[in-house]
Write a protein that binds this ligand. Structure first.
Ligand code: AHR
Length: 680
């Protein structure tokens, strides 16, 4: 969020009068329509509107010029009447390996195909490199396993090389290796020589054609047995490049074997094997209360054999061979179960742990009964890995992996979208998991992914990918929903419009939808937009509309992301009774923080017409004159953000003055507004 005061005055003083006039026109026309006469506005309000802050109420309240005409719709708030409590967990994250969310995304590893498993026939993403001639060849080699899991390595046969004729291999990363100035990179790899290899290896971060070296260092001498070598490499001051490469050079002939080649930039909280800083910051700004992982389809896999098998994602990286994901590419499993949990820890989120429930996307399923026991036990082991003390079998494994303290866990989800299992086996499968989980962990809340009859789940997970029109029509879905059954987790939702990320048009519906969830916070206890992340490089994306976009260097939040930041950061703990006698295209929710008294009014105007609304607040001793507003607005609903224009549609924060229990407010066309009012 930014205060744009300076920019506002800057823009006024540089004569954006045309824009102001245009908007004054729009606004005053509307006021004539609504009120039958023209309302005059001060320069500050006009300028504010022109620049995205229609603070009409303040102008009007302080100048007393606009007596509320009868035709203006009234939003009545009864602050003395609480209709629901807002779930403290309402706003959270859903994540899975899709769109290169992790590999080539959040997981900060820069080397692609680091264990040479991506293709059994060729070392994808690796190429031979030379400086000033020399001769070298490479091949995949299955005769020198590091262990039972890392069985394929890269064999380099160096025929001719010298200090002046370096030869080697380079990795082109995920759509290039991004290289930033004055940055320390941690490079590591397993290596061994064929016995006939001497000399030192040089590692370098360089341009795609090798003509420019951004940082380079020599490694210690490699021996004849597999060992892990690591070094730090610091770049100079050259401007950032998105499409660099990591090169490993030899200056001596002979045979060299390489495996698990890795290069990390600085990570969030300096975690080894950690996450990309800019993306974590964006996620932190969402103030998420929970993380649902590891999917989504990624949990289920295309086949049972390629499900998210959590036991293959723990321990050191040399214990992780990776696996084929359901979104058309292989996962390194570098972001494994412990990393998910540490991600939760870093952002103070509750894990919502989805366990594999015996059904995969290819419709293979394990019927309930003895055959399913193995998977139920796997889920119990997983829960123990998360929550068990170091005196438990799997708690001890977690401690050995570097995290002695157990993680908190309240919610376990059994499967994902099991309504796709047309065999009808979910009811029985769910019962088997439910009984086993409740027997061992009675305090856990168990989430079902579709309706079941055999047991009563604590929570149902419901998913919605809707067009803008359908999402807008669905905003009242939960207003009259039965409160007698399980709570609702909206585990995936999105207005499915805009690519690779939603535009303002979609964001307005997303915000409208959220007003409905917030209003029904007693029923809808958690909600998460999906998918969360998308690498916007060509070929990286599988899903059309995603919340946060990025390439190797830049990330941006979509307008919907910004609306969600506004919502998740500004809400109370109770929903106030309210009514509105206005027109379609206007959505709102009103909550209050019972500790501070602050009232949060969220309003979404999905139409191209400014809305004037009279807000009347009863049931409070007073409404203080000062408040805050956050406004997300743009002239065209098609306006959006991108790596080229990451901040085209972003919220503006402004201080409010002249607030009272009865005020007039203009809501800009295509806008999302959060007002924070001080009440006692
Ligand atoms: O969010 C993308 C996919 O949509 C998820 O993997 C799946 O659960 C849903 O169908």
């Amino acid at each position: 969020m930014h205060f744009r005061r300076l920019s506002l005055f800057h823009r006024i003083s540089h004569g954006l009068s045309a824009s102001i006039e245009r908007r004054r026109d729009i606004l005053s026309r509307t006021f004539r329509n609504a009120a039958g006469r023209r309302v005059y506005l001060g320069l500050a309000a006009l300028a504010a509107f022109a620049l995205g802050s229609p603070a009409l109420h303040a102008e009007q309240a302080s100048q007393g010029r606009a007596a509320p005409p009868k035709s203006v719709p009234v939003l009545r708030i009864d602050a003395g009447s609480v209709t629901a409590h807002v779930s403290p967990l309402l706003y959270g994250l859903m994540t899975e390996e899709i769109n290169h969310s992790y590999d080539g995304g959040l997981y900060a590893e820069l080397v692609s195909n680091r264990v040479f498993n991506d293709d059994p026939k060729s070392p994808l993403h690796w190429s031979l490199v030379q400086r000033n001639g020399g001769s070298v060849s490479m091949s995949l080699d299955d005769t020198q396993p590091i262990n039972a899991l890392l069985t394929t390595c890269l064999r380099l046969d160096v025929n001719t090389a010298s200090e002046k004729q370096l030869v080697g291999v380079a990795n082109d990363g995920f759509w290039g290796v991004p290289i930033k100035p004055d940055t320390v990179y941690r490079v590591s790899f397993y290596a061994k020589t064929g016995g006939d290899f001497g000399g030192l290896l040089t590692v370098a971060l360089e341009s795609a054609d090798g003509s420019k070296v951004y940082g380079s260092t020599k490694m210690q001498k490699v021996g004849g047995d597999w060992r892990n070598y690591s070094t730090e490499l610091t770049t100079g001051s050259a401007p950032p490049v998105a499409n660099g490469r990591l090169a490993i050079y030899a200056a001596h002939s002979g045979t060299l074997y390489l495996d698990l080649v890795s290069c990390f930039p600085p990570t969030w909280k300096d975690r080894p094997n950690g996450n990309r800083i800019d993306l974590m910051r964006k996620l932190a700004d969402l103030h998420p209360a929970f993380l649902r992982f590891p999917g989504g389809n990624y949990l289920e896999g295309d086949t049972i054999g390629t499900r998210f098998n959590w036991k293959s994602t723990i321990h050191g990286l040399d214990q992780r061979a990776g696996h084929p994901g359901p979104w058309g590419y292989r996962s390194s499993d570098g972001l494994g179960l412990l990393e998910f949990l540490e991600w939760c820890e870093d952002l103070r989120m509750q894990p919502v742990l989805a366990v594999f429930a015996g059904y995969s996307l290819g419709h293979a399923f394990v019927p309930p009964g003895p055959g399913l026991r193995h998977f139920v036990q796997d889920a119990l082991d997983e829960i123990e890995y998360v929550t068990g003390g170091p005196d438990t079998r799997w708690g001890a494994e977690r401690a050995a992996d570097g995290h002695p303290a157990p993680f908190p866990l309240t919610y376990v989800e059994v499967g994902n979208e099991d309504n796709a299992d047309k065999s009808g086996s979910y009811d029985g499968r769910f019962a088997q998991f439910y009984d086993a989980i409740k027997a061992k962990y009675p305090g856990l809340q168990v989430i079902a992914t579709t309706r079941v009859k055999s047991r009563t789940p604590d929570v149902y997970d419901e998913h919605f990918y809707y067009s803008a029109a359908k999402m807008e029509a669905a905003t009242h879905r939960y207003d009259s929903y039965s409160r007698s059954g399980p709570k609702i987790f909206v585990g995936e939702w999105a207005t499915y419009e805009g690519a690779p990320t939603p535009d303002l048009h979609a964001a307005l519906r997303d915000a409208a939808w959220l007003t409905g969830l917030e209003r029904n916070g007693d029923l809808v206890i958690m909600a998460a937009y999906a998918p969360l992340l998308v690498n916007v490089n060509p070929g990286a994306r599988q899903w059309k509309t995603n919340l946060i976009g990025f390439d190797g260097l830049i990330s941006y939040g979509s307008p919907s992301y910004h609306a969600q930041v506004m919502f998740s950061r500004h809400h109370g703990d109770v929903v106030l009774k309210s009514s509105f006698d206005g027109a379609p295209g206007f959505f709102y929710s009103v909550t209050r923080d019972t500790r501070t008294g602050a009232i949060y009014l969220k309003a979404v105007n999905t139409t191209g017409t400014p809305r004037c609304v009279r807000v009347v607040i009863a049931g409070v001793a007073s409404v203080g004159p000062e408040g805050m507003e956050w406004l997300l607005w743009s002239a065209q609903p098609a306006d959006t953000n991108s790596v080229d224009e990451p901040a085209k549609v972003i919220p503006v924060a402004s201080k409010l003055q002249g607030m009272s229990p009865d005020f007039m407010r203009g809501f800009a066309p295509y806008s999302v507004t959060v007002l924070q009012l001080a009440s006692r």
